[in-house]
Write a protein that binds this ligand. Structure first.
Ligand code: MN
Length: 735
């Protein structure tokens, strides 16, 4: 138990901290701002009054500290400061989000909600915590970027006060910070916080390395100062002569970045030469800023040889974070390369604080709006991370994730997949059974081809069906070894089954043409269809790749069976009964060809002189195009028997009764049953004739064009409505 005196003292300290918070705010605060912050402070104090941190101090010191980072180091507005004070209230105490909204309005409530969500999302334990946290970050991008900034401040303070934690937790939190928070802070332009986060992380992940390097930095301080003095001494006179108002300082590289260089170059501390940069910070009004930067550049390079490939002009084109400066690397004193950063005071402040400072300068009295613009820009930069690819790679070390992407299930669960993965990979990643039954996929709510490349943050929904099963194309769509192996083995199995069925189909079809399926016919067919094995043959028949027409072509070459086949055919086409010839001739005045009833150029043959209304067929002649013969023509039998493949069906129709044809396009998920479902609906349910049907598939989606013939518009409309109802159909339109 704490003594009353101790409690008294603590309360004083809390009040002290509060005053400090207001005092150090980077933005100037209005009376309303102060009221909001005061109210948030009171609420947070009350909410956390029973809580203590691991270190034993009152919990409220933590939200206050986070609010101070937000107010001062990052320089955000009153809404952010209030939200920071309240950031753990809903998560840890009796207060609800509704309370917050009632008391502080919608914006604060939304930000606190985002922060609470981050804390809550902790379910799937088999996913690495790091990836999980990355996901949380991504999820909150849709809310308000202030959520992320306050979360970074929260993490920063936790890192600063991690000593009282058990060691294994320290290491875990530190690695997570390195993996997620430091790159994010960098991306947002919070360079100082990023550096702090990295150094603090190293302190816990590799304490010995950290201590070793920080000791050595301490030891070399004098040496470093001497170097800076030598540098300054060389250019001072020239700078002064130009009347410049400036300071020159050394900026030690962070412990973490020195560590990284040692690792990459595989050298000890002593051999890292660019351990620090020199900064020339100068005073300037806005119009002369750039000009002065280049003047200083000129003076520096007059005295020290620049490395031409190490020039970075972030003044002419600032980084997306708002960073501006001129960076050069020169051969400095003692023949050592040193980086020189030339910045105005304004640029320096932006470098320290990001856009918050930028807009302080730019907008002055429109500060409110300035912050909004900044937040929006940051949000955009984070969302369209590849708007500036070079900047992106350099800034946000997302290449950490470059071999992996993170996508979500519809339930918001995270799945990690290799880069380049497709919805089909995702599907097999969930479960083999899901993979096998994949019919289609939606990414972010939109139907996409199965070979669409997924990106981090995509939400992927797999549409399955009992009838769906892998097909050959899937091997082009899947990139993961797991999915491909499953598909291949399923295809092998499938092929055997299909072939077995195909063999029976073939036996039946040949039988109807008086050919017996035996080894001899099988061999002849394998040769005829240019295949390798009988399995290929049966399989092709099974999947319908060898259709009736091609079987007939084969039969046509298979002499003996041929005539009987033909006789069959004739028997099925009875001679029309006697009707009034003249009437028919007048009425059936239009000759059309083929299943699609196309109008084609033709000539009537001399041998039988068919007249309108006669039963006729077309014969595709070599020189004269289509010649139309009567089915009773004496030549018909020999033509049909010897040149079956040149016969085209033909009929006379009543041109006045012609129905109108219409084209319908459809798109949706490609699956085995869908074509027959479509044709069933068209020909089965209604008074509709189908003229043509044409489907193309792409990555598991299909698009089709159907020409139908209908008598009126109402029928057509009903047809379209019915088609839309087919499971798997995405879109149906009339052209
Ligand atoms: Mn916290």
């Amino acid at each position: 138990m704490m003594t009353e005196a101790a409690i008294e003292k603590e309360n004083k300290e809390i009040a002290q901290q509060y005053k400090e918070l207001l005092r150090i705010s980077y933005q100037s605060l209005t009376d309303d701002d102060k009221k909001l912050i005061r109210s948030a402070f009171d609420t947070a104090v009350d909410a956390h009054k029973e809580q203590r941190r691991k270190s034993g101090e009152a919990y409220i010191f933590h939200p206050i500290a986070v609010a101070k980072i937000v107010a001062s180091e990052i320089g955000l507005d009153a809404v952010s400061i209030a939200s920071a004070l309240l950031h753990d209230v809903v998560e840890d105490t009796e207060y609800t989000l509704d309370d917050i909204e009632r008391m502080f309005g919608e914006t604060v409530a939304r930000i606190v909600d985002g922060l609470t969500k981050i804390a809550h999302l902790k379910k799937d334990m088999n996913i690495s915590q790091q990836a999980e946290n990355f996901r949380k970050m991504l999820l909150t991008l849709n809310d308000d970027i202030r959520v992320i900034i306050i979360k970074i401040a929260d993490r920063y303070h936790n890192m600063l006060t991690m000593d009282s934690m058990p060691e294994h937790k320290q290491v875990k939190i530190a690695s997570e910070t390195l993996y997620i928070y430091a790159p994010l802070a960098h991306r947002i332009g919070l360079y100082n916080i990023k550096t702090e986060l990295e150094d603090l992380s190293l302190k816990y992940t590799e304490p010995n390395v950290y201590r070793d390097i920080s000791d050595k930095i301490e030891e070399t301080k004098e040496e470093q100062q001497a170097y800076i003095d030598a540098f300054t001494g060389t250019i001072q006179n020239s700078l002064d002569r130009e009347g410049l108002d400036y300071i020159i300082k050394g900026r030690m590289k962070s412990i973490y970045s020195i560590r990284r260089k040692m690792k990459v170059q595989n050298v000890p501390f002593e051999q890292i030469y660019d351990k620090f940069a020199i900064r020339v910070i100068y005073k300037s009004d806005r119009p002369n800023e750039k000009f002065l930067a280049w003047k200083i550049y000129s003076i520096v390079t007059d005295n020290f040889t620049p490395n031409p490939v190490r020039l970075r002009d972030w003044i002419s084109s600032p980084k997306s974070t708002g960073y501006e400066a001129l960076h050069i690397t020169v051969m400095g004193p003692k023949g050592k390369w040193v980086e020189v950063q030339i910045r105005s005071e304004r640029m320096h402040e932006i470098a320290e604080k990001g856009y918050a400072a930028h807009f302080k300068y730019k907008h002055g009295d429109q500060k409110e709006q300035g912050i909004e613009i900044w937040l929006n820009r940051l949000q955009e930069a984070l969302e369209n991370a590849n708007t500036n690819a070079v900047d992106f790679v350099e800034e946000f070390k997302l290449n950490l994730y470059s071999k992996e992407i993170f996508v979500f299930t519809p339930q918001g669960e995270l799945k990690s997949l290799p880069k380049g993965a497709t919805p089909l990979d995702f599907s097999f990643n969930i479960h083999t059974e899901v993979g096998m039954r994949t019919r289609g996929a939606k990414v972010n709510g939109k139907l996409v081809p199965l070979n669409t490349v997924l990106h981090s943050g995509d939400q992927v929904e797999i549409i399955t069906s009992e009838q769906a099963r892998p097909n050959q194309n899937w091997l082009d769509y899947a990139t993961t070894a797991r999915a491909r192996a499953k598909i291949k083995s399923s295809l092998r199995e499938e092929k055997k089954n299909v072939a077995l069925e195909g063999k029976e189909i073939l036996r039946r079809k040949l039988k109807s043409q008086k050919i017996t399926l035996n080894e001899d016919t099988i061999n002849k067919m394998v040769v005829f269809f240019k295949l390798k094995t009988s399995l290929d043959l049966f399989y092709r028949v099974g999947i319908g790749a060898i259709d009736n027409q091609r079987l007939k072509d084969f039969a046509a070459t298979y002499n003996n069976a041929f005539i009987s086949f033909f006789k069959n055919k004739i028997r099925r086409n009875p001679v029309p009964k006697e009707i009034d010839k003249e009437e028919i001739t007048a009425k059936y005045n239009l000759l059309v060809f083929g299943g699609e009833e196309e109008k084609l150029p033709y000539i009537l043959s001399q041998c039988c002189n068919p007249i309108p209304g006669d039963d006729v067929f077309g014969f595709v002649s070599v020189n004269e195009g289509i010649k139309v013969h009567s089915k009773n023509c004496p030549n018909a039998i020999s033509l049909q028997s010897n040149y079956a493949y040149r016969i085209i069906s033909a009929k006379w129709i009543d041109s006045s009764q012609q129905e109108f044809s219409s084209e319908i396009t459809l798109s949706g998920i490609d699956n085995l049953g869908i074509v027959s479902e479509i044709t069933d609906i068209i020909s089965g349910n209604m008074h509709v004739n189908m003229r043509s049907i044409n489907f193309t598939t792409d990555g598991g989606t299909f698009s089709g064009k159907i020409t139908v013939v209908v008598k009126n518009n109402a029928t057509l409309k009903k047809l379209v409505d019915n088609l839309k109802r087919i499971n798997g159909i995405d879109k149906v339109t009339r052209i």
